[in-house]
Design a protein around this ligand. Structure first.
Ligand SMILES: Nc1ncnc2c1ncn2[C@@H]1O[C@H](COP(=O)(O)OP(=O)(O)O)[C@@H](O)[C@H]1O
Ligand SMILES: C=C(OP(=O)(O)O)C(=O)O
Ligand SMILES: [K+]
Ligand SMILES: [Mg+2]
Length: 606
């Protein structure tokens, strides 16, 4: 099949020469004439002088000129208005059956501030005891939560089921498009549940000026509740055999530290060296001579038998993402993907690899390539590599994911102090800004939203810092010259990639208001997001699940809309639907792409 590109009045389209004559519609008459003039309709064998992908300029025709945009009326208030919670998929008066699904929060934000200033960085909130009610979930959705994460380390399956269904109900009834991410427990070592207590304090006192830490027993024995005083259950049977006297035991990535002082059968006695709060089911790791010990626990499978049951549960509840804890190699991701493909009709679950172990850093590129996205899981990573190496690992992972076109989430302790206090530290704000400057796709709250006292305030901080830093980036015009390597695996993908790279560049150079992409699988939308263009990307897809998954990607505003292969009618319908809802205005300058036609078109909204 020979590929040609036709251009007329700001419109470029890719067509196979065989289907070209049929596909031409009346409105493209000029392009046909032009193509004929250039003898593009004859096969290249007889026309070897026309190189592939050359975009011929119409002879004697001036470049299309773009009327200047009308400035958008900006209102003074920068705060997020309450969303219009009306019937969201109504067609806005644009004709029966012409419905479009729009996120209620985004719609309100766009009406208020114009779409140039919508937030590009996506926000993930871990749901826990303080945020699991319908009202609290709604408050987070209104506050900008794009993805709700449930952590299978904690809570019962029934509890998670209620949360997932509540999120779905909110989406259906109130017009949100919050995606659900299930995070596996993994088979790493962790503490038991503290016999029901919310937390316990491990302390260090001073006797005659010398530190004297509490002695705690970490045991693999099964206890009847209540647990004996200062006793912690450990979930891994090999624990007591694997640790040695003198080892350092890190709880929760080093938030509390102990030294192993004695082993008595299944009991390991430890003295607290660095005091802190012990939380139920906190992760445990042990270090010897300044290095992480990975003995038999390194042989445990990444996905435990309990994880497989959780994954089945996630599939049956229709989660959008599964985040896999402590990934060591690409193999486990491939295995999980084929498991899901065999059980899930349209392969509708995206797999996020959590980068948190030494092995995952060693095999980073293979793992990221095999996955649909990655998470910089700084909590456990900080217990596996020296803390001072975490920031450079983060930067490396974020950069690699962008290059390989995989969404990346920066997670853990972004606003840790807000678990207890209503205001973040300056250092936390700087950390959030750094992740936004690195242009990560998403930021994640853990304890801040799962069990903290100020979940909505923490989300507000993420939202406002993201908006401010993104604006700063645009105002300073600091287009970073990141090399985006070719990633296409087929010729057709290569075309999509070139179209998206060019469209993003054109969008910046022309100062367009928005990129529109009509996408079936979301792939072309992801390629646009990868370019991090200055303007927002409106992604139209006919699948509700693709739409929810696109919610994780930087700069994308996903809409659900059924569309045809006819770009002209798609665009006309989309324009009138969005205009009727007050989301775009006549005169807005738009670049529209389609992945079925592999086309690119520059135009003003009529
Ligand atoms: N479903 C839940 N039920 C109870 N507590 C939870 C739940 N999810 C999270 N939490 C609490 O929030 C804290 C932070 O969540 P997260 O970072 O996801 O877990 P972890 O601290 O185990 O890595 C947890 O330590 C736990 O105390
Ligand atoms: C996100 C992380 O994983 P989890 O909260 O499940 O331990 C982390 O370790 O940073
Ligand atoms: K987890
Ligand atoms: Mg972790």
């Amino acid at each position: 099949m020979n590929i040609i590109i036709i251009s007329y009045e700001g419109y470029l389209e890719r067509k196979s020469s065989s289907s070209f004559a049929f596909a031409l519609r009346r409105s493209k008459h000029q392009a046909r004439e032009m193509a004929q003039a250039l003898r593009l309709l004859s096969p290249p064998a007889t026309n070897p002088s026309i190189p592939k992908f050359s975009v011929p300029a119409p002879p004697g025709r001036p470049l299309p000129s773009f009327p200047r945009r009308r400035p958008r009326a900006l209102r003074a208030s920068a705060s997020l208005p309450p969303p219009d919670l009306g019937l969201i998929s109504s067609d806005g008066g644009a004709g029966a059956g012409a419905a479009i699904d729009v996120d209620a929060v985004t719609e309100a934000e766009m009406k208020e501030n114009g779409f140039r200033s919508t937030r590009r960085t996506k926000l993930v909130c871990t749901i826990g005891p303080t945020t699991c009610s319908a009202e609290q979930l709604e408050a987070l959705a209104v506050g900008g939560m794009n993805v709700a994460r449930v952590n299978m380390c904690h809570g019962s399956r029934e509890w998670h089921r209620q949360v997932i269904r509540q999120v779905r109900r909110l989406n259906e009834e109130k017009g949100f498009a919050v995606a659900v991410m299930m995070d596996t427990e993994g088979s790493e070592i962790h503490m038991g549940d503290l016999g029901g207590a919310a937390s316990a304090k491990a302390e260090v006192r001073f006797l005659d000026g010398f530190p004297d830490g509490d002695i705690w027993t970490f045991s693999v024995r099964a206890f009847n509740s209540p647990l004996p005083e200062r006793t912690i259950n450990v979930n891994y049977d090999g624990f007591a055999e694997d640790v040695k006297v003198g080892d350092e035991l890190l709880v929760d990535g080093g938030m509390v530290r102990f030294e192993v002082i004695e082993k008595i059968g299944p009991d390991v006695k430890c003295r607290c060296n660095d005091p802190g709060l012990l939380l139920p089911r906190a992760n445990l790791s042990f270090w010897r001579n300044g290095r992480l010990v990975q003995e038999r626990n390194a042989m445990l499978p990444t996905i435990s038998s309990k994880d497989w049951l959780d994954i089945d549960f996630g599939i049956s509840e229709g989660v959008d993402f599964i985040a896999v804890s402590f990934v060591k190699s690409a193999e486990v991701i491939n295995h999980l993907k084929s498991y899901i493909a065999a059980r899930c009709r349209d392969n509708e679950i995206a797999i996020i690899a959590k980068i948190e172990s030494i092995d995952s850093l060693k095999n980073l590129e293979d793992i990221v390539l095999a996955s649909d996205g990655a998470m910089v899981a700084r909590g456990d990573m900080g217990a596996q590599i020296p803390l001072e190496e975490v920031p450079s690992a983060q930067q490396k992972i974020v950069k690699l994911c962008r290059q390989l076109n995989k969404p990346v989430i920066v997670a853990s302790q972004l606003l840790e102090s807000m678990i207890e206090y209503p205001t973040p530290t300056r250092a936390e704000v700087a950390d959030v800004s750094e992740a936004v400057k690195q242009r990560a796709d998403a930021l994640m709250l853990s304890g801040e939203s799962a069990m903290g006292q100020y979940p909505e305030k923490a989300l507000t901080v993420l939202r406002s810092v993201s908006l401010r830093i993104e604006r700063w980036w645009r105002e300073e015009k600091r287009h970073e010259a990141m090399e985006l390597p070719d990633i296409a695996s087929s010729f057709s993908d290569k075309i999509s990639e070139e179209i998206c790279n060019s469209a993003a560049k054109m969008a910046n150079n022309l100062g367009v208001d928005a990129l529109f992409v009509f996408t079936k699988t979301g792939h072309m939308a992801s390629l646009l997001s990868r370019c991090r263009p200055d303007c927002p990307v409106f992604a139209f897809t006919s699948s509700t699940s693709v739409r929810r998954r696109l919610n994780l990607l930087w700069g994308l505003i996903p809409f659900r809309l059924s569309f045809s292969g006819d770009m002209e009618s798609n665009l006309n319908r989309t324009f009138s639907l969005l205009k009727a809802r007050g989301m775009i205005q006549s005169g807005d300058l738009v670049i529209a792409l389609s992945d079925t036609l592999q086309s690119i078109q520059v135009m003003n909204v009529p």
